[in-house]
Design a binder for this molecule. Structure first.
Ligand code: ATP
Ligand code: MG
Length: 394
């Protein structure tokens, strides 16, 4: 067993000593068998949540209604979920009723894909009820049971298919793929936050171009915000060079770029997708800088305003879109900027008020901007004395 599982073995042991079954399940099992690094170790058990809470001292009710309790153990925490079945999928969304059961097989049956429906016991034996090991070997994403039914139960699974395809560089099995093409429209029933999460994970995957290619080919894109008539534009990303996505801002900026969205249009698009405020703001700045670079506009002030930490992302986007830039030239400009941000200014708004003997108000901010620009463009050195002198001759 890998170290992550070994560390969690005492948990399995304690549950078993109390008379219940417990297994490692889900993504960690899949990733372990593939030889990939494991992130969260998830545990499934026949014990009910209250029973788990009586076995362990330190627990958190993470999702107790759905059977999940988090157990804290040393520096680690583990999500322990009671075996369950799901029913009453209304509107093609998540189930509104979960039933706790004592059978591992029933629990594995409700999982999305065969490669995610494997369990490992305390001896390292793999429980494989749906031929997940074969599919892992053949690099196939295949629905557990009848694909069509599974996507009716929860349409998000279709997005998860392209997400895993990208992350693992697998293919989607034929019947599963056909079922996606047949049911793509059900994606419109799913909350945009959930689609967003899988969509972004798809782009972070090593083979995002494969995932994206099927996302387009199987018509999932039509049922996502702002994509409907943009197959041609989105396909440009599939044809782009295989550049790794640095962060979520890079992903959304890239999409905005192929859709030719700028300013308020881009803002609106990102709001539709419920992109966070911070990332939305960064996208608008990044998009701006990308266009500047494209137009060979290397203004020091603009580069500075973008935020120096955002430069690597713009450089990666330039690579993605074949925007020829002289990275050395940009890096030189950046390295010569004397300050990182306005906090490094050796003069404050309060100083400006005192020096000019004026009342507080919006013009203070304007003076501060002028001073900051003067420092950034090396018109003035960043010392109180020089800034004071500059301010007085403005
Ligand atoms: P990751 O490595 O990204 O965490 P994961 O396989 O662990 O991948 P999770 O979203 O963490 O994915 O879900 C954990 C497990 O729960 C999955 O492996 C799968 O067995 C099951 N699961 C998650 N979401 C669904 C779903 N929508 N339908 C059916 N089973 C699901
Ligand atoms: Mg997981």
């Amino acid at each position: 067993l890998p170290l992550d599982f070994q560390q969690a073995l005492p948990i399995l042991k304690m549950i078993e000593d109390a008379g219940y079954e417990a297994y490692f399940v889900g993504g960690s099992v899949r990733d372990h068998i593939l030889g990939l690094p494991i992130h969260d170790v998830d545990i499934a058990t026949s014990a009910y949540p209250e029973e788990i809470k009586s076995i362990f001292k330190h627990t958190i009710d993470t999702g107790i209604k759905h059977g999940t309790v988090t157990v804290l153990m040393g520096d680690n925490s583990y999500e322990i979920t009671t075996f369950r079945t799901e029913s009453g999928y209304q509107d093609y969304r998540r189930p509104d009723k979960v039933t706790f059961v004592r059978s591992l097989t029933d629990d594995l049956k409700r999982r999305d894909f065969t490669i995610n429906a494997l369990a490992v016991d305390h001896n390292g034996n793999v429980v494989d009820k749906f031929d997940g090991l074969t599919d892992l070997k053949n690099h196939l994403i295949k629905a557990v049971g009848v694909a069509d039914e599974r996507f009716h139960e929860d349409a998000l699974r279709m997005m998860r298919a392209v997400r895993f395809q990208s992350q693992l560089n697998f293919s989607i099995e034929d019947k599963t793929e056909r079922a996606i093409a047949d049911n793509a429209h059900l994606l419109s029933k799913i909350a945009v936050e959930r689609v967003h999460e899988e969509f972004v994970k798809m782009f972070f995957g090593q083979s995002w171009k494969n995932g994206l290619s099927d996302f387009l080919r199987l018509n999932l894109y039509e049922y996502c915000p702002g994509f409907k008539d943009n197959l041609h534009e989105l396909s440009k990303l599939v044809k782009a060079p295989n550049v790794k996505m640095i962060d979520e801002t890079m992903i959304w900026t890239a999409i905005g770029y192929v859709l030719d969205l700028h300013g308020e249009e881009l803002n609106h698009f990102l709001r539709q997708w419920k992109v966070s405020n911070k990332i939305r703001e960064d996208c608008l700045l990044t998009e701006n800088q990308l266009i500047n670079f494209k137009n060979k506009d290397f203004d020091v002030w603009k580069i500075y305003k973008l935020g120096i930490t955002n430069i690597p992302r713009v450089e990666a986007l330039c690579e993605l879109f074949n925007v020829k830039i002289n990275i050395e030239q940009i890096d030189n400009i950046v390295s010569e900027i004397p300050i990182k941000n306005s906090h490094s200014m050796k003069i404050t708004g309060k100083d400006v008020i005192d020096i000019l003997d004026i009342k507080p108000g919006p013009q203070i901010g304007e003076y501060m901007d002028i001073l900051e620009k003067a420092v950034v463009t090396q018109t003035v050195t960043n010392t109180y004395k020089d800034l004071q002198r500059y301010l007085l001759i403005l």
